[in-house]
Design a protein around this ligand. Structure first.
Ligand SMILES: *Cc1c(COP(=O)(O)O)cnc(C)c1O
Length: 388
């Protein structure tokens, strides 16, 4: 089996592990024990499944995109995770972690956020479960993402602007970790992607595998028992991709992760430690982390989750890149052909399919795309780019 548990040190091959201050080790151990117990408990799964159904709106459908298929000459299926409450796959993970927070007897949840989407999702789950919520956000990002700051506050969370360093995501991560060291008795640190020290990359993938588990069954129903030839997802930290890949890891489907050209940690990155685990990340000759650049704030991240670095190393998944201009074309094409405005992140996955249909994807092949977010949040930005 391809995507199973990491080894006991949290390694996926050469990647993963726990590269954190000594003071955080007990917190990670406690979390790992709590997650293992919960994940083996049918009662926990029953609660989680009920929340995903009644609050998040799962299962999300898999839709055959007939107009787009005709246009591209390949058969396109869309996994519609943009239909979830709050508009993306992030809710799957935060519901899981918020439920776990309650099972651990904790009443406070903290998170860090860059573009703000994970902060909003965490504040949403905290409101529902009655948890105190603090979100760390670089001061620069609070200015760029003022609407998300307002949403988090509306949902009852406290947003703490981080003024140290470059005042962006990596400084917010440092402050969130510092908070957690001091507050671990009653606080859970909710990480938003398959990043961070063990057990996070594994735990977050397990909370997201519902995407792939549903899609496998739905695709087989549509395809008379067959699996898609290719499964495609965008990769920032890599949680939506890990979630859909997990459902297809043991099939013959080819797995493709699509990164922004300016944030291709797999391909242009080097091994290094970021956010508490070893993976691939963009860095200069001195080993200083360099900034990623993408039209999509949600993919603007210099690292990638360790399991993706491993899937690349063993050749089970393939990682590609697309340029911002291709992403804008894909954003418009899906809107026009299918009446679905995608988020800029999954527009990366679609952009790759548009480019490769009839080339590395043979004509007539079946392609499943993880449509992991809706485009409402991006409409104003794209309007500014298309109609300057
Ligand atoms: C946050 C986000 C991403 C990037 O995160 P992954 O962990 O790579 O999935 C992608 N798409 C959407 C819609 C997001 O909100």
């Amino acid at each position: 089996m391809t995507m199973i548990e990491p080894d006991e040190t949290g390694r996926f091959g050469d990647y993963g592990g726990r590269f954190i201050p000594e003071s955080l080790i007990p917190a990670c151990r406690q979390l790992e024990d709590a997650f293992r117990a919960a994940w083996a408990d049918p009662g926990f799964h029953a609660e989680l499944d009920a929340m995903l159904r009644d609050y998040a709106g799962r299962p999300s459908p898999t839709t055959e995109a007939k107009n787009l298929s005709e246009r591209l000459g390949v058969r396109v299926l869309l996994k519609r995770d943009e239909l979830n409450h709050t508009g993306s796959h992030k809710i799957n993970n935060v519901i899981g972690q918020a439920l776990l927070t309650r099972h651990m007897g904790k009443r406070r949840i903290i998170a860090e956020t860059g573009a703000g989407q994970h902060g909003v999702a965490t504040a949403t789950a905290a409101a529902f479960f009655g948890l105190d919520c603090v979100v760390y956000m670089g001061e620069v990002d609070t200015q760029r993402q003022a609407l998300n700051v307002f949403k988090m506050e509306l949902l009852g969370a406290e947003v703490r602007p981080v003024v140290s360093g470059s005042r962006t995501l990596k400084d917010a991560i440092n402050d969130a970790m510092r908070d957690w060291v001091a507050s671990v008795e009653d606080t859970h640190y909710c990480i938003g992607s398959v990043m961070g020290p063990h057990p996070y990359p594994w735990m977050v993938r397990e909370f997201q595998r519902v995407i792939g588990d549903e899609a496998l069954v739905q695709c087989r129903a549509i395809l008379d028992g067959a699996d898609p030839d290719v499964v495609v997802a965008c990769v920032g930290g890599g949680s939506n991709a890990a979630g859909i890949f997990a459902g297809f890891a043991d099939t013959a489907s080819e797995l493709v992760g699509v990164q922004p050209e300016g944030g291709a940690a797999i391909g242009r990155g080097l091994p290094g430690v970021v956010h508490g685990s070893k993976s691939l990340l963009l860095q200069d000759e001195e080993g200083q982390v360099t900034e990623a650049h993408s039209v999509s704030a949600g993919l603007d991240y210099p690292g990638v989750g360790p399991e993706h670095a491993h899937l690349d190393a063993i050749g089970r998944a393939r990682y590609e890149t697309v340029a911002d201009a291709e992403v804008l074309d894909a954003f418009q094409l899906l809107s026009r052909t299918e009446g679905i405005i995608p988020a800029l992140e999954p527009a990366h996955a679609l952009a790759w399919v548009m480019r490769e249909a009839g080339r590395s994807i043979p004509a007539g092949a079946t392609v499943l795309i993880n449509l992991c977010g809706r485009g409402d949040k991006d409409a104003a930005q794209v309007m500014g780019m298309l109609k300057p």
